[in-house]
Design a protein around this ligand. Sequence first.
Ligand SMILES: [Zn+2]
Length: 288
Amino acid sequence: MLAAVATAGLLAAPAAAQFDLSSVEVTAEHVAGSVHMLTGAGGNIGVSVGEDGVLIVDDQFAPLADKIRAAIAGISPGDLEFVINTHFHGDHTGGNAIFGEEALIVAHSNVRKRLAAGDGAGGQPGEAAPKVALPVVTYDIGVSIHFNDEQIMIGHLDGGHTDGDSYVYFMDSNVIHLGDQFFSGAFPFVDVASGGNAVGLRDSVGGVLDRLPEDAMVIPGHGPLSTVDDLRAYHRMLTECVATVQAGKDAGKSIEDIQAAGLPDEWEGWGSGFINEAVFIGFIYASL
Ligand SMILES: [Zn+2]
């Protein structure tokens, strides 16, 4: 699944529509408190349900909107009030064009800029999003939404996966959605062409770990529902892999030499889909 997911994540919205989603199933699992997680194709969706209605974090692809709606209806009859986008990539914002009709979309200001400009992932050209798909509420540093009896803190983390990344922390439920700053158990896509940076990603994740309660649950952009220990392993991977590539670069090695030498053995199984070890080394090399 991650191969298809990761590949789809690289595509701009028009190309993603050609990706066959007809056989995709959208399933829900309870995370903690008011928060659930939906899995389908594209980025994992966080869902808050309660007496105020429904709030979702990311919305995968527009052709999945009916399946996403059905999965939410299985949890709660409430109306969709808010959509938060963790970043601009089409596998996290494709549903905006549908859900923007009924809900207020909230995101970092660079998400709105990139969607309006039609930026694709990885610097590829895409198509400008229609007005209905654009975030209505934007922020540069962060904002809180008080919804379903808890504070939902949204904060920008600078220059990690892209230049418009946010975390979404459900304070009472003690659940954080990290968008694509976290690929659980896998090397991440780092969109250097869109302001992403592997060193920034390492530092952003480290900062989150410093502040996150030990018993928090963590929703990754891609991969299974995770714990703080899973996030810590991912952070250690980022730290060690960045250090390995940095040491090679400092020693005057070419990217090909560093790719030939490879990353520490412990992370051998972390390549997935198109993000194999050599590609991941390329992301880091371009970030230094
Ligand atoms: Zn992404």
